[in-house]
Design a protein around this ligand. Structure first.
Ligand code: FES
Ligand code: FES
Length: 166
């Protein structure tokens, strides 16, 4: 089937098996390798992207659900001012632990910052509860998102022109 959707702020069109997973479409058809596969069952959050502005696990979204949708992947988020702020904070707190879980954590953290952004540990834990690290732990990640919330508030004038993700 032919599917038209918006991918990282560009209109795209693809002829694809209706059941092909968005995760595979991103990686195989568009070469967007930042989105990772962990569990493949919607449990780990490694494959998180934003669909119509909300986090979804791309391993559970099929091509037949994509028509007219807006998808934002970690590649686009990393170029947004809030995405860059988060990456800086992850760096500063040494929270980048591995390439498998990090993209998903970044997407979920980005969504938290644009949708709420309160420097509140419980809220951050809740926002990242769908992202699993199987090895190192969450403390540094929570610290980095707390720091990003603080910096976003401190320098809010720099982020005031950002358009919310639709
Ligand atoms: S790979 Fe999609 S949630 Fe784990
Ligand atoms: S799974 Fe990535 S650091 Fe643990």
């Amino acid at each position: 089937m032919k599917v038209n959707f918006n991918l990282n702020n560009k209109k795209v069109s693809i002829d694809v098996d209706p059941m092909k997973r968005l995760l595979d479409i991103l990686r195989e058809d568009f070469g967007l390798l930042g989105t990772k596969e962990g569990c493949g069952e919607g449990e780990c959050g490694a494959c998180t992207v934003l669909m119509d502005g909300k986090p979804v696990t791309s391993c559970l979204v099929n091509a037949c659900h994509l028509e007219g949708k807006t998808i934002l992947t970690v590649e686009a988020i990393a170029k947004e001012p809030i995405g860059k702020l988060l990456i800086d904070c992850f760096d500063e707190t040494n929270a980048v632990q591995c390439g498998f879980c990090f993209p998903g954590f970044l997407v979920s953290s980005y969504y938290f910052l644009i949708s709420d952004g309160e420097q509140n540990l419980d809220k951050i834990k809740e926002a990242l509860s769908g992202n699993i690290c199987r090895c190192t732990g969450y403390q540094k990640i929570f610290e980095s998102v707390m720091l990003a919330c603080k910096k976003k508030q401190l320098y809010s004038h720099r982020f005031s022109l950002i358009h919310p993700v639709r």
